[in-house]
Design a protein around this ligand. Structure first.
Ligand code: C2O
Ligand code: CU
Length: 488
């Protein structure tokens, strides 16, 4: 996996597989593995199926002894975790008490278009004169103060996440804190005896850089929306946060754990590995829920927005042992440490057959579409394009019939994590060969390497309207690497 060569001369970080410009913190940083791993709180409904979230600023102690101003769902970083049942609709009232417009997207959700967080369907803060962005003519459905988002959750159990999707400003607004988890559970998953309770741990990984006073450093362009053009490859920081804490430590029993791993970074990829010992990653699920059968990995390569649901067995370690997750793409930089505390009983189980997931044979005559992800000019600036076009909210690049399988080919110049809204897909091939080791199951984001072609099989089964395909390197996305398509 090498993306660096193609980008040489663009001032990128030297790590292989990484695209982006490294920001260095000026704040005093803690010694790794001194801060405990926080677990984002589970969001409580106000009545069955109804929730209320306030988007607000908060000053949080992310680095010990310093305060960081965040934009947070309920003022949290990450936001609260939604833990819901498949087939049970949730209605979430989002209240904007920030001073910027927002748009909430449920990533991986099979969501009606009106609630999908189209980048111009803005939620404006109440009153006053606000920065409405440069695209108020784009015809969005704009609400002020609060907005209801309806999620049918009519899909299989999976690890989803929600985050801001405001046009041109997704990268800085997610960077400042507008992201969180949304878990869907179902009966198929309940039947398995997977590790649960304290032994089911979300790991939301993201990198950031901090100024001397603890504030986030983000290179916003002074003269136009989004990021400074020097950072068009992507913003990467020198501090690794897990669930909002820098290089945390977590105590575990010598038993199996279920880790739901999300890469919530704007642009950084991770190749997670254990620094020593027998631990490996037994993958049980991907973006769109359980695999058919478990897959073992020595290391876990995870691009922005991807999720891996894995079981890690600590039973071969001794009480007192410490085992560290490191990032192979960044010279084994630390991510998180587990401290094995004690032996304990374990009645969890990883069955050989996890779910009814099956690979789908593409039907003969399936519609084929080509999506080219390339550098190009966007609105007169250097930026990123899909099929030669910068994102234009009034131009749909495709009309897709509900209920039909289509074969989509993603073609890249440099490394791009490609994401499709509304429906998941199965990876059919990479570079004309077999799918890669991390491509199993239903995916909604696939990391397409430099000068590569990835073919996927996709089918949108419900909801007519406007949806998005885009690069999930958030700086690429804000610099116009996004296209609308319409389901009909
Ligand atoms: Cu995770 Cu269109 O986004
Ligand atoms: Cu990209």
């Amino acid at each position: 996996v090498t993306g660096a060569a193609t980008l040489a001369g663009c001032g990128l970080d030297a790590s292989p597989g990484q695209s982006g410009e490294l920001l260095r913190s000026k704040a005093k940083l803690p010694t790794p593995f001194t801060v405990p791993l926080p677990i984002p709180p589970t969001k409580k409904p106000t009545s069955p199926g109804r929730y209320r979230v306030v988007q607000r600023k908060a000053r949080l102690e992310i680095l010990p002894g310093l305060k960081t101003e965040v934009l947070g769902y309920d003022g949290l970083f990450p936001g609260p975790t939604f833990d819901v049942r498949s087939g049970q609709t949730t209605v979430i009232e989002q209240v904007n008490e920030l001073d910027v417009p927002t748009a909430v997207h449920l990533h991986g959700g099979h969501t009606p278009a009106a609630s999908d967080g189209w980048p111009l369907d803005l939620l404006m803060p109440p009153g006053g004169h606000h920065d409405h962005g440069h695209h108020s003519m784009g015809g969005g459905d704009v609400k002020t103060g609060s907005r209801l988002y309806t999620y049918p959750n009519a899909q299989r159990a999976a690890t989803l996440w929600y985050h801001d999707h405001r046009m041109d400003y997704t990268a800085p607004q997610v960077y400042r804190g507008l992201f969180g988890l949304h878990l869907i559970r179902d009966a198929e998953e309940d039947k398995l005896s997977l590790p649960a309770g304290e032994r089911e741990i979300p790991l939301v990984i993201a990198d950031r850089a901090f100024d001397e006073d603890g504030s986030f450093i983000y290179p916003a362009a002074p003269d136009r929306p989004g990021v400074e053009s020097k950072y068009m490859e992507g913003v990467i920081g020198d501090v690794t946060l897990v669930n909002g804490a820098p290089w945390p430590i977590h105590e575990v029993d010598a038993v199996r754990y279920r880790l739901r791993i999300l890469n919530a970074a704007n642009a950084r990829r991770y190749e997670l590995a254990f620094d020593h010992g027998p631990a490996k990653f037994t993958q049980i699920g991907s973006d769109g829920g359980l695999l058919g059968a478990p897959v073992d990995h020595e290391t876990l390569l995870i691009a922005p927005a991807e999720r891996f649901d894995v079981i890690v067995d600590f039973s071969a370690y001794q009480p007192g042992d410490e085992v560290t997750l490191v990032n192979r793409l960044d010279r084994n930089a630390p991510v998180l440490r587990f401290k094995v505390a004690r032996r304990a009983a374990d009645d969890s189980h990883i069955p050989a057959r996890l779910s009814t997931y099956a690979a789908v044979e593409p039907p003969a005559g399936a519609v084929r579409r080509l999506w080219r992800f390339r550098r190009g000019s966007a609105g007169g600036h250097q930026g990123w394009t899909i099929n030669g076009k910068a994102f234009d909210p009034v131009r749909m690049q495709a009309q897709v019939r509900l209920g039909e399988y289509e074969i989509w080919s993603f073609v890249t110049d440099v490394h791009h994590p490609v994401h499709v809204h509304l429906a998941p897909f199965q990876v059919l091939s990479r570079r004309g060969g077999d799918p890669g080791p991390y491509d199993g199951g239903w995916k909604d984001t696939v990391d397409v390497r430099p000068a590569e072609v990835v073919e996927v099989l996709v089918r949108f089964s419900a909801h007519k309207g406007k949806y998005l395909i885009h690069c999930h390197n958030l700086e690429h996305e804000d610099m116009a690497m996004m296209a609308g398509f319409e389901t009909i």
